[in-house]
Ligand binder design. Sequence first.
Ligand code: OAD
Length: 236
Amino acid sequence: MKEFPSIFILTGAGVSAESGIATFRGAGGLWEGHRVEDVASPEGFRRNPSLVYRFYNERRCGIRDKLPNDAHRGIARLQREYPGKVTLVTQNIDDLHERGGSPEVLHMHGEIFKARCGECGGVSPWMEDLDGSSQCGDCGGPLRPHIVWFGEVPLELDTIFEALDSADIFAAIGTSGNVYPAAGFVDHARRRRARCHEFNLEETASSALFHEVHAGPAGRTVTDWVDKLLQEAGSR
Ligand code: OAD
């Protein structure tokens, strides 16, 4: 029997919206002007690598000067101060959870500040622009953005499902629930009797699956939730 419930947190683009990073499916979203299959698929990369390099160079540049917000900081505080297990999984490719103080983040869709070698698969930190001449420091192979594109398998799935299986509380923060497998996590957690919380500005296609819906900007709703969890844990 666990002394404190285990918490599993899934975040999406909405957690970074108050930091000024556009969400995917909102008006003026990231994909505007680009078809998803052109900039976020292996076929798109093969067809027009320079477009894809340029697209992610722009994302990298745009994210660099953004700052974490209260939602990132609240989640980090929960990870550091909550006496039970807290697993943080993000679909985001930005590094705002890390810069907000999170000690551990599982990036299931990759990371914009990393590059991956097309030959040896090695992953390395990458802060600058990437292009067709960027080479792997280990084997000299060609580098691509370390991003999971459509049709590719998300990262860390074994660790993620292990944590989901033992979660007592599941929280989906700022995600529309449109992209699988992440969109199926709430169903998985529910079937294992986790209490499910959704944090979003608006109702989503899966809101009905959650036990509690926290409507409003994540900076406020997540801070309130974290305060409550830490207070409850402290008074036990
Ligand atoms: P979406 O853009 O689909 O959804 C963002 C969600 O955040 C929406 O439901 C918004 O209502 C909500 N939202 C916006 N601002 C918010 C705020 N301040 N507080 C709370 N909620 C807010 O983004 P994701 O669900 O993350 O995949 O998209 C999932 C994946 O689809 C992405 O990781 C990406 C994309 O294609 C890949 O690149 C592989």
